[in-house]
Ligand binder design. Structure first.
Ligand code: MN
Length: 289
C-alpha cells in the first residue's frame, strides 16, 4: 500500500509551537501516515518539538521547498548558488533530524516565473548543485525528489522527460522524479504516460486538483491517474497538496498565486481527500479494472 501524506498548508501557514501541534495532530486525526513540511525557511523549525509531536502522533515527516531569486542554484551568479546550497543543506539537516528519508520540491531552481528559457550554463549550475545535494543526502540515507512543475514556476524541469534526462546527467542514484497532477495537467499529454515513462524513477507523487482545491471538484482525470498508479505498480508516497487563501504562508502563498478561497474547512478537506484516495486506489486494485 502507498503511504498517504498530507501537505502542512492544509492546516497552517507557519510553524510556531501552536501551529506545529495543530498541523501534526490534525493530520494524524484525518488518517494520514505522513506530513509534508513546507520548509522554505528550514532553519526556522523547532526540530526537537517537531520530532516529539511526530512521535506522539505516530506520524512521519518529509520536507519540501522551492528556492528563490536570492537562492537560485540555476543562477549564473555564484553567490546565489552558494546561498541556495546553504538553504538546501539546512533542509537536509531538518529531514535528517526528524528521522525522514525524503527531501523534494523545486530544489533545482527558483520556484517562480522566469522571463526567458534556462541557458545551458543555468542548467549546468542546477545539475551540479543537485549532484552535490544528492551526495550530502546519501550520507543520511535521504532521497532527493525533483518536483516537475509547470512553466510559470520554473524554466528548468517542466515535464517528466526533462527530469529523467536531468537525473541521468547528475549520475546520482538517490535522485527521483516527483510528479504532481496539478502540474501534469498543464504540461503533460495525460495522467498515465508520465508515470509509465518514469517507471522505477518515480519516487514521490503529489495529488492536487486542477485549481488546487478539493480532490474530485476540478478537471483532473482521476480514473486515469489511479489506473496508472496501479499499472506501473507505484508503491511510494502519495501526498495530497491543496492551497486556499484560508491558510496563508508568508512567501509560498504569493509564489503559487493563491488569491482565492477554494475551501475554508481544512478538516473536511483532509477527510474528503483521504476517503477519495483510499477509494480511488482501492478501486484501481479490483480485478478487471
Ligand atoms: Mn506539488
Amino acid at each position: 500500500m502507498n503511504t498517504l501524506g498530507l501537505h502542512g498548508m492544509v492546516w497552517v501557514g507557519g510553524w510556531s509551537e501552536r501551529e506545529a501541534r495543530e498541523a501534526i495532530a490534525r493530520t494524524a486525526e484525518a488518517g494520514f501516515d505522513l506530513i509534508e513540511l513546507p520548509a522554505l525557511d528550514p532553519a526556522s523549525f523547532d526540530v526537537d518539538l517537531t520530532a516529539r509531536l511526530l512521535e506522539e502522533h505516530g506520524l512521519r515527516a518529509v520536507a519540501s521547498l522551492g528556492l528563490t531569486d536570492d537562492t537560485d542554484v540555476s543562477s549564473t551568479d555564484p553567490d546565489a548558488v552558494a546561498r541556495g546550497r546553504a538553504v538546501l543543506g539546512d533542509a537536509l539537516a531538518l529531514v535528517r533530524d526528524l528521522g525522514g528519508d525524503y527531501l523534494g520540491g523545486v530544489v533545482y531552481s527558483k520556484l517562480g516565473r522566469y522571463t526567458e528559457p534556462a541557458s545551458p550554463q543555468a542548467v549546468e549550475n542546477s545539475r551540479a548543485s543537485v549532484a552535490w545535494l544528492a551526495e550530502q543526502a546519501r550520507r543520511s540515507g535521504i532521497t532527493i525528489g525533483l518536483e516537475v512543475v509547470n512553466r510559470y514556476e520554473s524554466n528548468v524541469l517542466n515535464t517528466h522527460d526533462d527530469a529523467l534526462a536531468f537525473i541521468t546527467d547528475t549520475g546520482a542514484d538517490n535522485v527521483v522524479v516527483h510528479l504532481d497532477t496539478y502540474h501534469m495537467n498543464i504540461e503533460e499529454p495525460d495522467f498515465h504516460s508520465p508515470l509509465r515513462g518514469c517507471g522505477s524513477k518515480l519516487g514521490y507523487l503529489h495529488v492536487g486538483e486542477s485549481h488546487r482545491g478539493a480532490l474530485g471538484t476540478g478537471t483532473i482525470d482521476w480514473d486515469e491517474l489511479f489506473t496508472a498508479v496501479h499499472d506501473v505498480g507505484y508503491d511510494g508516497t502519495i501526498t495530497f497538496e491543496s492551497f486556499s487563501s484560508a491558510v496563508v504562508h508568508p512567501s509560498l502563498s504569493s509564489t503559487l498565486a493563491i488569491w482565492r478561497n477554494t475551501w475554508t474547512d481544512g478538516a473536511a478537506l483532509a477527510r474528503n481527500a483521504h476517503d477519495f484516495l483510499m477509494k480511488g486506489l482501492g478501486d484501481s486494485r479490483q480485478p478487471g479494472h
